[in-house]
Design a protein. Structure first.
Lengths: 209, 209
């Protein structure tokens, strides 16, 4: 059976999304056939406006409605502490906790030679420029990339580049740190993988009762 | 952190889809931020046109670009054999096999008292009208609703209604059948649930080597 063209078009659009296969795309499309036209139009409008009504913050590269974004323009934030993340979604994860008071820098990806993503494809140069422009203001850079291969490679690359910058005496005092690795809260030792357990051992801390 | 309004709008639109939770909706939305505007507009257009450019076939209630649909208007189909399905997607499943040569009737749902869907909410009356209108043409109705509680209830209800119709001597010859139940092809007896195994036993057939 030929699927009607308008139905096929939407199935194909859904299929382009990550994690959505042909079956799910079909299911979503046929679900939407039963939905009022108004809801479809709202959905369409949201898609059209997604990029039109947002900007990339010129300081931290986060997605925002204003430039600079509300975090970079906030007076309540410690602008000397920069947390470097791969994606805007990672910022959401930190902000959910509500404890981090510094600012961010979004790389929009991680170094991944297999996908042809080198250091120039992500916003590393912007980070280094940011450090160079106000060396006295920035005290610490927290590398909060993912702890997979790409994230580790990216963290290593950035750390190396910052070390290079530190030859400038004005930047010498900058601290570079990485998120701690170890057991997740609520995690069982029994089920932890060997790498995590190894890192948890290495990172063990003094403990007083 | 407040998520920018345009981003939030799209997340909310995705969340309304079945099987898409808040996390997936966020992931899809942030993925689309990295996509060219042209692709977003294509997606939006596909959504807008989904219902505008399709019709429900006046004979079988399938989703189609033309009325009657290409199956109902085909000369190569056996119009005396009607396969009754819950959703347009079910037709796709049958057509994928390519062996079924009859026509279809789409109910657009199944009887489900828990969701307030009674016999009048789905296209049962249309099916009965179709049978009454050409009693000499239609030879068999195959009830191919799902084999869950709602699908079984719907099949039972339709079979009862058709029996009522058969009081008319012109319709008396109509055959009503239900899809066979049993082990799926490639299925292990070991992992089959008791209901399936019971049905497979009941439906066992003569077997010659």
């Amino acid at each position: 059976m030929q699927i009607p063209k308008p139905v096929k078009n939407l199935i194909e659009s859904f299929e382009k999304l990550p994690g959505i296969g042909p079956k799910t795309a079909q299911r979503l499309t046929f679900y939407l056939l039963h939905v009022p036209q108004g809801m479809l139009e709202e959905f369409a409008k949201a898609l059209m406006n997604l990029k039109k009504s947002t900007v990339i913050c010129s300081i931290c590269a986060n997605v925002s409605e204003t430039d600079p974004c509300h975090i970079c323009s906030s007076q309540n934030r410690d602008h000397g502490l920069i947390c470097v993340v791969e994606q805007p979604l990672d910022i959401l994860a930190f902000e959910r906790g509500g404890r981090y008071q510094g600012v961010y820098h979004v790389l929009h990806g991680a170094i991944s030679p297999l996908s042809n993503i080198g250091p120039d494809e992500i916003k590393i140069a912007e980070l280094l420029r940011r450090i160079k422009q106000s060396p006295e203001k920035i005290k610490e850079v927290i590398l909060a990339t993912n702890s997979n291969m790409e994230g580790e490679a990216t963290a290593m690359y950035i750390a190396k580049e910052i070390k290079e910058l530190m030859k400038d005496p004005k930047i010498r005092g900058l601290r570079v740190s990485r998120l701690a690795h170890g057991l997740p809260i609520g995690g069982d030792v029994e089920y932890a993988d060997e790498m995590t357990l190894q890192r948890a051992l290495e990172g063990r801390r003094e403990y007083g009762a």
